[in-house]
Write a protein that binds this ligand. Sequence first.
Ligand code: GSH
Length: 306
Amino acid sequence: MPKIEHPKSTIPSQLHGLHLFHYDAAPCAQRVRFALGEKGLGRGREEKFDSVTPSAIEGDDGKWVSRRISLPKKDHMTQTYAEIHPDMVVPALVHDGALFLESLDIISYLDDAFGGPPLVPRDATLREATMARVEQAKVLHRSIRYVTFYWGLGRLAMLNPKERNQLTDLANQGNDQEQLVSFYNQYSTGNIPEATFNDHLNKLFTAFSELDVQLNDGRQFLMSDELSIADPFWSMKILRLLECGYPVEQHHPNLYAWYQRIYQRPSFQNEVMGKNRLTNRAFKMKAGIEQFFGKGLRNAVEMIAA
Ligand SMILES: N[C@@H](CCC(=O)N[C@@H](CS)C(=O)NCC(=O)O)C(=O)O
């Protein structure tokens, strides 16, 4: 399993049980929390992300300890977190001192380490098709970032020059695999052309339309009648885009019906929505106001669909 050997930070090796470094409203962390919920592991104690006091390092029986990384407060762009996750993104999971990065690797690890119905199908053909869908979702993650920033977060997500310098310095210590430096430099200076954002939205629209056709055969979940790892990867995209005002039901009705099935699961309600409800409402309110003025993501999707 892709455990991170010898992380720079001394924090992970001190932690017992399960500790998740995450942010409530981040889709990449939400899919891991969904998987934890499906494995019967609920949210436990909250600890400061860098706390290593004797009580903070303890596990929480049958639950995961929440170590919240506030993205708006830029906790992820600190030296302390960059030593845990050199790409400065969430999530990161620690299990009994072993550090795991990348939501796909984390969910695969949880699937092997804990019981319950498998999320990665055992059947080879189905597994291959499932992992291809997950890879597609991973690539499109970049498009979700562009769409969220442009139509959801707007100026709030821009970094000032001091923050950009700090980010560059920290990124130079790692690989910047998520290309945060170039993204934030361009985004914060208004240097990304509108066509680029529309292009990312187009890619998502095309992928959703394809999935909508696939779901026409009446299957319960994305790959078959069984829940799989593909479901959290794609449903968190729908959650985020609904928050930004994307008219999913109108343009992808099968996908919307599938999303409702996922949304109603206890793991979604408790682990994904849980403390995300306030942010969810704020996003939706902003989208509603924009829609009233004929602007925003809904309008952009209608133009693509026309
Ligand atoms: N490939 C990574 C992507 C992680 C990622 O991009 N996380 C986002 C949240 S969904 C993040 O932390 N972004 C920080 C930022 O945008 O500043 C994974 O799936 O774990």
